[in-house]
Write a protein that binds this ligand. Structure first.
Ligand code: GLN
Length: 408
């Protein structure tokens, strides 16, 4: 039933001018994007009883110490609003960790905003820095949120391709994407969905463009500790000249396997933190106070915690590469993060959507269709993404299901 007919006037049909006028009262911005395909795939996995290799959330336990810290915080009655831009203990811990791991010193009083997940950190950042007419450079394939982030903040995206199999970018193409209207580049390293870890040399090239065009680098570093084969995660803010033009987005979700806690943050120079904090305040007021308290404990875990995390994930990556290769996928081996992009050309399906539908409905495995990582859907028509942040029994179930699939 359309909104117009439910209002009680039977003479108004869906196609009438009155209905059209009613439709125009809805947000034109919101009409420009769809709901998250990644999260939709999780719903489909549940509906079809499929193994969920789509959405990147761990299905294994979080650290006992971190969980205990959250329980303790609730018992200790840390149950009211924290300071809107973040509990002091957590901001202090974020500042200490950033200095410890990346050598970047920030002022927790003026340069850190704690948000509801890095998703909100990114949105608050974009809404905080963008003006009409501003452009943002986005590498693609990209995490799907960046599209709606650009639309809602009013930025015009300029896409630059990361090219398989190595996901390198063409430096001239990147140069051409920058100009006088460029407000920022959105960078995600280690990268979702490709697993690319940007090298120092690449970051320096990007840095030089940011300096030349007076642009911000907004860097999503949520997978910073999930890196393989000796790759090194380098924060853009640690590069000479970038300390004051980088906004670093991060959060607890992936590092501590607590994606449902929704604790993230933005580290930004004071002048940029002011609007980010204002937007954040009116979007959500604040992230869950007891979980922020637990975050303060988590961020003080010893280096061995992060080492073990990476060691656990490299085994899962290799296991998943084996499963997928055996099943007939061409895999792009990730150097970081916990996803594998694959080429599905061998299966003979018309596109990624048809293949993903077949996988979830008939084979019993949910994946993310490649097109959801591209502005131009055709670019992802031969790709699907698998995550491997799952326990061994889930990986084994996935292997079992995929054995029914044979390259045609
Ligand atoms: N980052 C995860 C993914 O890409 C999911 C994030 C989310 O759904 N909020 O699958």
């Amino acid at each position: 039933m359309s909104a117009a007919s439910s209002a009680g006037d039977a003479s108004i049909s869906a196609g009438s001018p009155v209905a059209a006028a009613a439709r125009q009262t809805l947000s034109a911005k919101a009409e420009r994007f769809t709901e998250s395909v990644i999260r939709e795939m999780t719903r489909l996995a549940m509906q079809h009883g499929a193994v969920n290799m789509a959405q990147g959330f761990p299905d294994f336990s979080a650290s006992e110490e971190v969980k205990e810290a959250a329980r303790r915080a609730i018992t200790d009655d840390i149950n009211q609003y924290a300071i809107t831009w973040g509990a002091k203990e957590l901001r202090d811990a974020i500042a200490r960790k950033f200095e410890r791991t990346q050598g970047v010193r920030v002022d927790p009083e003026r340069e850190i905003t704690v948000t509801c997940g890095s998703t909100e950190a990114m949105m608050a950042t974009m809404m905080g820095i963008i003006n009409p007419g501003d452009e943002v450079v986005i590498f693609e394939p990209h995490y799907e949120n960046y599209g709606p982030d650009a639309i809602l903040s009013g930025a015009t995206p300029r896409f630059v391709q990361l090219q398989p199999p190595d996901w390198n970018f063409d430096r001239d193409e990147l140069k051409r994407a920058f100009g006088p209207k460029t407000k920022a580049i959105i960078l995600n390293t280690p990268n979702n969905p490709t697993g690319k870890v940007f090298t120092r040399e690449e970051l320096e090239f990007i840095r030089d463009l940011c300096v030349r065009w007076n642009a911000y680098a907004v860097t999503d570093e949520i997978y910073e500790h999930i890196i393989y084969d000796g790759s090194k995660h380098i924060s853009m803010a640690s590069l000479d000249g970038m300390r004051d033009r980088t906004i670093t987005i991060n959060g607890m979700s992936k590092t501590y396997s607590v994606t449902g806690w929704r604790v993230g943050w933005a580290i930004a120079p004071p002048d940029a933190s002011v609007p980010i904090r204002k937007v954040h305040d009116f979007l959500t007021v604040g992230a869950a106070a007891p979980l922020q308290q637990a975050g303060a404990v988590a961020l003080e875990l010893p280096a061995s915690y992060y080492q073990k995390l990476a060691e656990m994930y490299v085994l899962k990556r290799d296991r998943m590469l084996g499963i997928l290769t055996e099943a007939g996928f061409r895999c792009f081996k990730p150097a970081g993060a916990y996803y594998i992009m694959t080429d599905i050309s061998g299966f003979g399906y018309p596109d990624d959507m048809a293949f993903s539908k077949y996988l979830v409905e008939k084979i019993g495995v949910a994946v993310v269709p490649g097109s959801s990582f591209y502005d131009d859907q055709k670019m992802g028509a031969r790709q699907v993404r698998f995550t491997f942040c799952k326990k061994e029994s889930t990986l084994a179930a996935c292997a079992e299901k995929l054995s029914k699939l044979r390259a045609r």
